[in-house]
Ligand binder design. Structure first.
Ligand SMILES: NC(=O)c1ccc[n+]([C@@H]2O[C@H](COP(=O)([O-])OP(=O)(O)OC[C@H]3O[C@@H](n4cnc5c(N)ncnc54)[C@H](OP(=O)(O)O)[C@@H]3O)[C@@H](O)[C@H]2O)c1
Length: 208
């Protein structure tokens, strides 16, 4: 799959590097492809990764991963151009000044869908930290990775990408379920920082 990753920070850099190392073709969409930060990331990611402007990266991709700070997300999507028909994996959390900026009767992902008309938006990879994206192994146990969206084929492809990282993907319903997944991300942050548990924690759904 040709994957564009918008954002080369903790989340975008980690996800792009890991998928490139498993043989996926990655184009990092970045404000500055020539920057030393991006060049160092490309060296780590290996031969399946390259960098381009947001618009160039997205134009060539089947799947676009959104990993930008929430306050920059609308502008980044505008710079990316036409996303109609593309699968848009939204890993953002709509955090502004340390709190959720959207909620209860709306979600960041529904807002993203409005900003990117025609994109097949799937919310995923927002309920854990970048360290877990780099290494999700918990003594042989796979953390649960919740995803949601309105397009079954898009969710199936995102499920493959999540499983390839080492998580157990769990379809959590339509895109409006992002209203629950975004507060769940805040719980993860509250446990890590507020309760001092540190970033080596992950959610796991138990069944019987
Ligand atoms: N950190 C986590 O553990 C974590 C976990 C789950 C979800 N998230 C969510 O994922 C998203 C990305 O988080 P992150 O921690 O990866 O952020 P980050 O480390 O700050 O990286 C964000 C990247 O977005 C790009 N960007 C585009 N416009 C920007 C702007 N105006 N200002 C700053 N950066 C801009 C930058 O890449 P270029 O410089 O290459 O353009 C930057 O490296 C956020 O919405 C966050 O809530 C984070």
């Amino acid at each position: 799959m040709r994957i564009a990753v918008m954002g080369t920070g903790r989340v975008g850099g980690t996800l792009g590097r890991r998928w490139a190392q498993t043989g996926h073709s990655i184009v990092f969409g970045t404000r500055d492809p020539a920057s030393e930060k991006v060049q160092a990331l490309l060296r780590e990611a290996g031969p399946h990764a390259c960098a381009a402007s947001l618009a160039e990266a997205v134009a060539a991709a089947d799947i676009v991963v959104l990993a930008t700070p929430w306050p920059a997300t609308q502008a980044a999507l505008r710079s990316a151009g036409d996303l109609s028909g593309k699968i848009l994996l939204d890993a953002t959390n709509p955090i502004k000044d340390g709190a959720l900026d959207v909620g209860h009767t709306a979600s960041g992902s529904e807002q993203v869908a409005a900003w990117a008309p025609g994109a097949r938006v799937v919310k995923a990879l927002n309920t854990t930290g970048a360290g877990n994206m780099a290494n999700p192994d918990y003594g042989g146990q796979r953390p649960t990775m919740f995803l949601c969206g309105d397009d079954a084929e898009a969710k199936a492809l995102v499920t493959e990408l999540i499983d390839a990282l080492g998580f157990e993907a769990l379809d959590s319903g339509p895109l409006s379920a992002a209203r629950y997944l975004e507060p769940l991300a805040m719980l993860w942050v509250a446990l890590v920082r507020g309760q001092g548990l540190g970033p080596d924690i992950a959610f796991k759904l138990l069944r019987r």
